[in-house]
Design a protein around this ligand. Structure first.
Ligand code: ADP
Ligand code: MG
Length: 671
């Protein structure tokens, strides 16, 4: 790719002849040059003056202008951390919090975790010395539990505000409230160029500080006809220095295919670096996408919408946008939450396209028609608060003593029925009493940084004397379906290996079995490799488990084992997830409360078995409503664990005999 001279303004030459400087000094010097070259830099003084003058300021700037990495440093340089006060900066995504903190630590030449650190769920990389703290919005929310006025912070930056995640929206209300009596606290609401008037309006007409971006023109191309297999298209596009947006579960496959094609083309094409980036990618791999591309080579980044605004990868010239995203959606009537692949919004599509025009004129290939863009996509994404289960935040707000949730200061209120359902569910779980007040159980549940059903399951393990096993299951469930590795060229081996872990009772017990065997192997990498298990996921499960186990003391749960008896374990799961019960009836499974048709996921160990009653961990909608991670239960347990929720009449025909196995349904048929 050849750039015009005048397009090179953003590039910084680092190969000047300065032999007297060491490698590290050179790097530092060039980093300082990069800092000065960012669009925000000329506005440093004005910005600091505006912050000085106003308690709450909305900051709008193009992605990549330096908001996230620079503003906290400017504040630090301006004295906002005097006396050990902290500057907190929230990010909706874990990866962004980690990666940005790492970048800033590097710019400041300090060790990550010292002056600059990050805090994400199950991972705290901060210390006594930390003054610049990047964290997920969810973590700051939890900090309210221990420090309701955020007294140790001088500045809170709510970054990526336009993402409108559930936690960010709740933070808006809470922070607006504490700002009233903490006049010394500065609040900055930073956002890409979207929606900033609304933020200003919500924060009592706070001024908006605009950082003009540098944007090069991006040519947009649409397809002529509708595309049914966009993955193929992404490959055919034959990209260079390109960023393509696909769904997380497709990333590895997409990368493999790209690499395979490059191998086949051999020396006919220049070297192509294929790099993935997504939320659960381990940090050493994440760092790779930021490395400069060697001369002559090209880089293609295969990303989820994490690269839409949270992370900026320099030098992207082409963007390929299939036009989809994965979105949570919530049915407040049935209480069903599902992840659905849907067309992204026009605002998202434009953000994606914008990634191509940062360093030079670029091109964006949209794998959909201009008509679809205009007629099938929504203008903006619906805020998460309006399409998610609120159980978690309601429990948290209740723990903060906020009882009247109907009148909470929401920027966009959640649907009334969602709020009511959350209260009902917490009541059914025993976290609230009939007056809607937090119970002792509820208080203990709120101590755990997991969803109410999962925390109830963990707390129930105390009664059933199986906390050892349940902690493992909770940890394994929270690493999210990335335990088993299934490479394309070894599908049969991988599936056999997986079969070897199957034990009766269901997927939760299979996960427990995997973990137990891994522990017996001495946490071996080799063992994972031989058994087609993802070592990284296991390591993460171990971290999560350690963290949870560390919290058991606080909520006074003794860690004991059920000694091989799996009934207590399944009862504990039932105690947390009784909402998620499905019953086998003619032709398939139906949820007990709402008679919705659901299917066992083909990857499940119970796919063929078809027990009469089961509980699912989550529901995902792909081609159908699939239950993922299911466990077999007896209907009588439902009355035992949730007598106020289930009536025995509903559970009639409760024999645990199995129905005759149905015939002829293949995995393929079920998608
Ligand atoms: P904004 O928050 O306004 O979108 P950032 O502060 O995240 O902008 O990014 C500013 C610049 O910092 C980017 O253009 C990029 O060059 C650089 N940068 C950010 N994160 C990293 C990283 N992890 N590695 C290398 N460069 C980075
Ligand atoms: Mg940013």
């Amino acid at each position: 790719l050849i750039l015009e001279e005048d397009e090179m303004i953003d590039f910084v030459s680092t190969d000047q002849d300065t032999p007297a400087l060491s490698q590290a000094e050179l790097k530092k010097q060039s980093m300082q040059e990069v800092r000065r070259s960012l669009p925000i830099f000329p506005y440093r003084e004005d910005l600091l003056a505006a912050i000085h003058e106003h308690q709450i300021l909305v900051i709008e700037g193009e992605t990549g202008s330096g908001k996230t990495t620079q503003i906290p440093q400017y504040l630090l340089e301006d004295g906002y951390t005097k006396g050990g006060m902290k500057i907190g900066c929230t990010q909706p995504r874990r990866v962004a919090a980690m990666s940005v903190a790492a970048r800033v630590a590097e710019e400041m030449s300090v060790k990550l975790g010292n002056e600059v650190g990050y805090s994400i769920r199950f991972e705290d990389c901060t210390s006594e010395r930390t003054v610049l703290k990047y964290m997920t919005d969810g973590m700051l929310l939890r900090e309210f539990l221990t420090e309701p006025d955020l007294a140790s912070y001088s500045v809170i930056i709510i970054d990526e505000a336009h993402e409108r995640t559930l936690h960010t929206d709740i933070l808006f209300g809470l922070i607006k409230d504490i700002a009233r009596f903490r006049s010394d606290l500065k609040v900055l609401v930073a956002s890409a160029t979207l929606d900033t008037e609304r933020f200003s309006c919500f924060f009592d007409d706070a001024p908006v500080f605009r950082i003009p971006g540098r944007r090069f023109p991006v040519d947009i191309y649409y397809t002529k006809n509708k595309i049914y297999c966009y993955k193929e298209q992404v490959l055919i596009m034959h990209p260079s220095s390109c960023c393509t947006f696909v769904l997380q579960e497709e990333i590895e496959a997409c990368c493999e295919l790209l690499q395979e094609r490059c191998r086949r083309l051999g020396s006919k094409i220049a070297e192509l670096l294929v790099l993935p980036i997504y939320a659960n990618l381990p940090s050493d791999m994440q760092a790779k996408i930021f490395n400069p591309t060697p001369p002559g080579a090209r880089k293609v980044v295969v990303a989820t919408n994490i690269a839409e605004t949270s992370l900026t990868i320099d030098g992207i010239i082409y963007v390929i946008d299939p036009g989809f995203c994965k979105q949570k959606s919530y049915n407040a009537r049935t209480g069903m939450e599902s992840l659905i692949v849907t067309p992204c919004s026009r605002a998202s599509a434009n953000q994606r396209a914008g990634r191509a025009g940062r360093v030079a004129a670029g091109k964006c290939f949209r794998l959909y028609t201009a008509w679809a863009f205009k007629h099938e996509m929504e203008e903006t994404t619906v805020p998460e608060i309006q399409r998610t289960n609120l159980g978690n935040v309601v429990l948290l707000l209740k723990s903060l003593g906020i009882n009247d949730l109907i009148h909470f200061d929401f920027m966009d209120p959640p649907p009334h029925e969602t709020l009511v359902l959350a209260l009902e569910q917490l009541y059914a779980l025993g976290a609230l009493n009939h007056l809607g007040e937090l119970t002792k159980l509820g208080r203990r549940m709120a101590e755990l940084p997991v969803d109410p059903m999962l925390s109830k399951m963990i707390l129930a393990s105390e009664q059933y004397k199986c906390s050892e096993e349940v902690l493992t299951i909770a940890a394994m469930l929270s690493v999210n379906n990335s335990i088993f590795y299934r490479p394309k060229d070894k599908v049969v081996h991988a599936d056999n290996a997986r079969m070897n872990f199957v034990v009766p009772g269901g997927d939760h017990l299979v996960l427990l079995n995997v973990y137990t065997q891994w522990v017996e192997s001495g946490y071996s990498t080799q063992w994972c490799y031989e058994n087609f298990i993802q070592f990284r996921s296991m390591r993460r499960a171990r971290d999560v488990r350690d963290q949870l186990e560390g919290l058991m003391d606080r909520i006074e749960v003794e860690v004991v084992s059920s000694q091989g008896d799996n009934i207590p374990i399944r009862k504990a799961v039932t105690a947390g997830y009784f909402y998620h019960t499905a019953r086998l009836s003619k032709g398939g499974y139906k949820t007990v409360k709402h008679q919705q048709t659901v299917y066992v996921h083909p990857n499940s160990s119970l796919f063929e078995e078809q027990p009469r009653w089961l509980i699912y961990h989550e529901l995902v909608f792909t081609t159908k409503e699939f239950m993922r991670q299911v466990i077999e239960i007896e209907s009588g347990w439902l009355l035992e664990v949730a007598p106020h929720y289930y009536k025995s009449k509903e559970l009639e025909d409760s024999s645990s005999k199995k129905m005759p196995r149905k015939q002829g349904k293949t995995k393929e048929e079920l998608g």
